[in-house]
Write a protein that binds this ligand. Structure first.
Ligand code: FES
Length: 56
């Protein structure tokens, strides 16, 4: 599903960033661009990032 419409970031892309080594929301943002425009997706993006890091 799309998390971030501004930057076309899916939940899959966020999980991929964590698999590739991102270890914080900031790092996921740097890799994907998620929540770097309007910011409305920040809550969902952070949640998915937290779950993905926990599952690593
Ligand atoms: Fe993600 Fe706008 S929906 S920055």
């Amino acid at each position: 599903m799309y998390v971030c419409l501004c930057k076309n970031v899916t939940d899959h892309r966020i999980r991929g960033a964590v698999e590739e080594g991102a270890r914080s929301w900031r790092e996921v943002q740097q890799q994907t661009g998620c929540a770097t425009q309007c910011g409305k997706c920040a809550g969902t993006g952070k949640e998915i990032t937290r779950e993905a890091i926990k599952a690593e």
